[in-house]
Design a protein around this ligand. Structure first.
Ligand code: GRF
Length: 224
């Protein structure tokens, strides 16, 4: 794994395919960053094995060991600070986070949600979208605030929905897109190109040479 200066703390609870995508982007030189630590709340989570196999530090903070969310978040925050992370990346983390964590990393906690927010918040977003009959679905990378799937949007990317899609078909199509946009969104932070202005997240700098810019809104950022 390539070692960059920009340190990521990944919060994950499950399979960790987004974690894989982030590590692949680092390895392939598309993301100048380093996964400093993976913090999981689920002992035995697959993502922990994957990280360990790559010699990435893993810390398990089991939420069941804490009296409440804030106490759990304090412990998670302590781990992230211990590893001096610049950006906290939630990648399939199945806990809601509180101000206890967010105030320690202001505008520095990212999440990926498998829907075009604000539609289809919460669990099983892909199945919700499929059931609703939408023609476009997608994924959203957003900053985390204290409301569920609500913080300022960094990137969104759409995929088509076909008439005969099963929930699983759609889930996999969205997941493949997640794997493309999450490393790209993280790269924008690593390059210092993100400005948060209320709910508006502005991406600064030229898109020339941004091989992945087509994954998001393809037009210019300003009206002509
Ligand atoms: C992804 O669909 C992500 O959008 C959601 O949780 C899932 C995590 O998958 N927040 P993985 O663990 O990265 O494979």
């Amino acid at each position: 794994m390539r070692r960059g200066a920009f340190r990521l703390g990944v919060l994950a609870s499950g399979t960790g395919t987004n974690f894989d995508a982030i590590v692949a982007a680092v390895d392939e030189g598309r993301l100048d960053a380093e996964v400093a630590v993976v913090v999981t709340n689920r002992p035995g989570a697959k993502v922990a094995d994957k990280a360990a196999a790559r010699n990435i530090e893993v810390r398990t903070v089991d939420h069941r060991d804490f009296a409440d969310r804030r106490a759990f978040d304090r412990a998670v925050g302590d781990e992230l600070e211990r590893y001096a992370v610049d950006l906290v990346v939630m990648a399939g983390f199945d806990r809601l986070v509180t101000g206890e964590l967010l105030q320690r990393f202001p505008a520095r906690v990212l999440n990926i949600h498998p829907a075009l927010l604000p539609a289809f918040k919460g669990l099983d977003a892909q199945a919700q979208a499929n059931r609703y009959g939408v023609k476009l679905a997608g994924a959203t990378v957003h900053l985390v605030d204290e409301d569920v799937d609500h913080g300022p949007i960094v990137i969104q990317s759409a995929v088509p929905v076909f008439d005969d899609d099963s929930d699983e078909d759609l889930r996999l199509r969205i997941l493949a897109r997640e794997h493309e946009i999450y490393p790209y969104a993280i790269r924008l932070f690593a390059e210092g190109r993100v400005r948060v202005d209320g709910r508006r997240v502005r991406i600064t700098g030229s898109r020339d040479g941004d091989g992945d810019a087509h994954l998001t809104n393809p037009g210019p950022r300003r009206r002509a």
